[in-house]
Design a protein around this ligand. Structure first.
Ligand code: SF4
Length: 475
């Protein structure tokens, strides 16, 4: 079947596609590659991938493209599900014979609800959907395909789950699909060099953080990795296809979850003489970090999440504040930059624990931060806990513009107070003399950095103004 993979048109600048771990319009424009859709796109000859938000395509342009396809695979998320259903319905109105499949964490966690939500959705492919989609496109009978739920004579049928893919080397290189269907200049992450290319060297994570979406609903609670040789070959292919690329980002759930393998891969990367960045937990040891740095590592994205130990214990982060301090010290010593991720509104948050997080981030004095609101996605332990304890105040997670809103409240703090604290957090961190001095140095001595900082600064101001509008709507 002629197959179209679609990140559907959504809110303006909505970074919620098949590569985004939490889906929202960001503080500063940002788009992750729709990597999860690229694997099956690479398995199906003659397929096409359209990333509508990154291409700024509206529904009419998407309908014009969709009319040439028999099978349409839509990547959806909890914040965008209603929008994505309406896109599916418009496609179906246009051509009632088109088969529509929904994929992603949301339909993986709620297959029955997703199918029942609209007559336009024919099939849901759960968890890793690479081979499920390939088999559907090849015309295999639906009752013989693992990992899908579908409608049959008015009933909903759930086939057995598909086993997680152990041989990740058998999957195609996503960079070939980036080259075929995407424009790398559309993909910007403020803390990464531009242009960057993102690749997964493994799937899943062995940690058990209760709020974390992908491992619980999608990629699995253990870390499966590609062979070093296979990753190196894809990196070489990237350099051939994109000689202009400034940085490769290994966007595994946690690259350093398997330290031995992180070192092996670093050894292989050293010979390529590239700049790369990746993810890490805040407890990676000196030797591993040193090897990573020596092989071209520039920056780590680190989920600190909170500066309060009780909160870290509540979310099963498995890390102490002192470990995080020590790790940060080592990174600074080695010259590794850090983008630190924090979340407000995690279980049992209070005004004091938020203050602890703000103080902790300032104490660490890392390069950049991102402050998100806790998002209780269906299928996560956080969601179950919020339902059980009545912490959930709303389920839509974003407003009508795609801006994150706060869905939770706790005995010690309201959802509005949590929401407001995000702005305070950013201001306390970024308006410190030490940080401003660092930025001024960059502005004075580096023209490219100057343009980037000024653009991001003006987007950030817009973001703060927009948050005030959201606040008016909720308080
Ligand atoms: S370590 Fe990171 S990727 Fe792994 S479960 Fe925790 S938050 Fe998720």
């Amino acid at each position: 079947m002629k197959t179209l993979f679609l990140n559907p048109p959504s809110f303006e600048d909505f970074d919620g596609g098949a590569g985004s771990r939490y889906q929202a319009t960001r503080e500063v424009t940002s788009f992750w590659y729709p990597t999860w859709l690229c694997y099956p796109a690479g398995l199906i000859k003659g397929s096409r991938l359209v990333d509508a938000p990154a291409e700024h395509l509206g529904i009419d342009e998407v309908l014009a493209i969709a009319k040439d396809f028999e099978l349409i695979v839509i990547y959806t998320s909890t914040p965008s599900i209603n929008n994505d259903i309406s896109v599916a319905e418009k496609i179906k109105d246009f051509n009632k014979d088109t088969k529509i499949i929904f994929v992603g964490p949301h339909p993986s966690a709620l297959p029955e609800e997703t199918l029942k939500a609209s007559n336009a959705i024919d099939i849901v492919a759960k968890r890793e959907f690479d081979y499920s989609i390939m088999e559907i496109a090849q015309g295999k009978k639906l009752d013989e395909i693992d990992g899908i739920s579908y409608k049959s004579n008015g009933d909903i049928v759930h086939n057995q789950n598909r086993k997680y893919i152990e041989d990740l080397d058998s999957l195609p290189y996503v960079v070939d699909i980036y080259k075929r269907d995407l424009n790398i200049n559309n993909y910007i992450i403020p803390y990464l060099l531009k242009p960057y290319v993102s690749i997964y060297t493994g799937r899943g994570c062995s940690s058990k953080c209760v709020y974390c979406l992908w491992p619980q609903t999608f990629s699995g609670n253990y870390y499966r990795v590609r062979s070093v040789g296979n990753v190196i070959e894809e990196v070489k292919r990237t350099l051939e296809l994109y000689p202009e690329v400034k940085e490769i980002f290994f966007d595994d759930d946690t690259f350093t979850a398997n330290k031995k393998r992180a070192r092996e891969l670093s050894r292989g990367l050293k010979e390529l003489n590239i700049t790369w960045s990746t993810t890490s937990r805040a407890n990676t040891d000196y030797e591993t970090l040193k090897m990573m740095k020596d092989s071209g590592l520039r920056l780590l994205v680190v989920g600190y999440e909170s500066g309060n130990q009780e909160i870290l214990d509540n979310i099963r982060k498995g890390i102490t504040l002192d470990e995080a301090r020590e790790f940060t010290k080592i990174c600074k010593k080695l010259g590794i930059m850090i983008h630190g991720a924090f979340i407000l509104g995690l279980p049992e948050e209070t005004p004091e624990s938020i203050n602890d997080s703000i103080k902790f981030a300032c104490e660490l004095d890392i390069d950049t931060i991102q402050v998100s609101l806790a998002s209780p996605y269906p299928g996560t332990q956080l969601y179950d806990l919020c339902i059980e304890k009545n912490y959930l105040v709303k389920t839509d997670m974003v407003n009508e513009r795609g801006w994150q809103t706060c869905s939770v409240q706790y005995p010690g703090i309201s959802s509005v107070e949590i929401f407001k604290s995000v702005e305070r957090f950013y201001k306390k961190f970024y308006y410190r003399p030490r940080f401003i001095l660092r930025i001024l140095k960059k502005i004075i001595f580096n023209g490219e950095e100057r343009r980037k900082i000024l653009r991001e600064g003006s987007e950030f101001k817009k973001f703060i103004a927009n948050r005030k509008k959201v606040l008016k709507g909720i308080s």
